[in-house]
Every structure is written in structure tokens, then in C-alpha cells.
Design a protein. Structure first.
Length: 243
């Protein structure tokens, strides 16, 4: 088999796995997966809002999910790790699904877009973009774009630093698509350079006053002992003269 076909096959397998996980644990707030090969098998990290729904009672749900991953996708000894999202507002897949759910409930696209954008920026995102397109209202298709902050649009930062999310809303007039791009805070951009401050050497500290006081206190008894020795010599000389 040519190398190109091998990569295409692996890509299709990865896409099928992503679609399966998104559908299987959608109610838990699925935010993405990280799959890595390890010496003991395959590590699958699932990022969700509600980990309890993935684990299930006494671990039944996660055991069932592990068996399906091994049978349907041929993963070698899959080891699932459930990771809770501390800030779901910074996860693009989660926000895209929230926007699609709001559209299906009948909320206007303008209101849903601005509300989601405000939540994303309040969570500390550096920048975000929301695009809602399709039959939002009426039979004619149109699109609305919401943009705020700084967001990389090209190059390697888009692939590694920006979170991408897509969702589909099934409305009465037709289907609407939702696309969300979020740049998390404190991401190391290649064009940002930090100059370290020059360290100024500290001046030598003077001896503490307590040490000087102790030295003076030790010197005083020595002087007193010298005076006593002189008086003893004087008394001794006086005794010899009287004799």
C-alpha cells in the first residue's frame, strides 16, 4: 500500500473516532480528545464538562466505551482518562454546541452570538471569532460574524494555539452552521519577545549593630581586669616598703 493511502486511512479513522466520541458523550459536554500511543497500549484523554456522566455508576459507562473503542476502531488496550474542563468557555467545541443549542431553542443568532462572545472574553480569552451561517431567519441563507480581541489567522499558531469548534443547528427553515475560534490567554506567540531585567548587584551590608554592641560589652570586662591587676601590684609594692 502506498504511503499516501496509509495516511489517508489513518486520517479517516481519526475522523470517525472523533465523530463517534462526540455523539457518544455529547451530554457530558465533550470538548475534544487526545490520543497517544504508549508502551502499554493507547492512551485516550477525554476533555468533558461533566466527568461523572462519562464514568457512570461504578464505572459501567467507561467500561462500555473502552470495549467499543477496542472493537470498532481496533485500538490496542485503550486506557481512557477523563479530564474535567476547568473553564469550558475557553473550549471552542463546547461553546459551538452551546450556540447551536441556543439557536435550536429559538433564540436569535445576534443575541446568542453576543452572549457567547461576552462569556468567552470574560473567561480571559485573548481573542475569539464566532461565525453563524445558514438559514438563520427566513429562506435566504446569510451569515453573521462576531469578532473581538486578537486572534491568529495563519501559520503554525492557528494549528497549535487556537481552539477550533464546529456544530450544526437544525432549525425550522433549514440547517445553520456554527464555527468558533478561541485563542486562550497566556499562549506563547512566536512574535512576542520578553527581555529579562538586568540584575543589579546588591551592596555589601554593614555589620549589624548588635554585633558591635557585643564586642564592646566583651571589651569592658577586660579593662576592669587590667585595673584590678594594677591595684594588686600597688598593694604588693606598699607591703614591701613597710617591711
Amino acid at each position: 500500500m502506498p504511503v499516501e493511502r496509509t495516511f489517508i486511512k489513518l486520517g479517516l479513522k481519526r475522523v470517525g473516532l472523533e465523530e463517534f466520541l462526540a455523539k457518544e458523550i455529547e451530554r457530558a459536554g465533550y470538548g475534544g480528545a487526545d490520543i497517544q500511543r504508549i508502551p502499554t497500549g493507547t492512551r485516550v484523554a477525554l476533555y468533558v464538562e461533566r466527568p461523572g456522566m462519562v464514568i457512570g455508576r461504578k464505572g459501567k459507562s467507561i467500561k462500555h466505551l473502552t470495549d467499543e473503542l477496542a472493537q470498532k476502531f481496533g485500538l490496542e488496550n485503550p486506557q481512557i482518562e477523563v479530564v474535567e474542563l476547568t473553564k469550558p468557555e475557553l473550549c471552542a467545541p463546547v461553546m459551538a454546541k452551546r450556540i447551536a443549542f441556543g439557536l435550536e431553542r429559538g433564540i436569535s443568532a445576534r443575541r446568542v452570538g453576543y452572549t457567547a462572545m461576552r462569556r468567552i472574553m470574560n473567561a480571559g480569552a485573548r481573542g475569539a471569532e464566532i461565525v453563524i451561517s445558514g438559514r438563520i431567519a427566513g429562506e435566504r441563507t446569510r451569515s453573521q460574524r462576531f469578532y473581538r480581541g486578537y486572534l491568529s489567522k495563519a501559520g503554525e499558531p492557528v494549528e497549535k494555539l487556537v481552539s477550533h469548534g464546529y456544530a450544526v443547528a437544525k432549525l425550522k427553515p433549514g440547517v445553520a452552521g456554527v464555527k468558533v475560534l478561541i485563542m486562550p490567554p497566556d499562549v506563547p506567540l512566536p512574535d512576542e519577545i520578553k527581555i529579562a531585567a538586568e540584575e543589579v548587584p546588591k551592596p555589601e551590608e554593614a555589620a549589624p549593630a548588635t554585633v558591635a554592641g557585643e564586642e564592646q560589652a566583651e571589651a569592658k570586662p577586660v579593662e576592669g581586669e587590667a585595673k584590678e591587676a594594677k591595684t594588686e601590684e600597688g598593694e604588693g609594692s606598699g607591703d614591701t616598703q613597710t617591711q
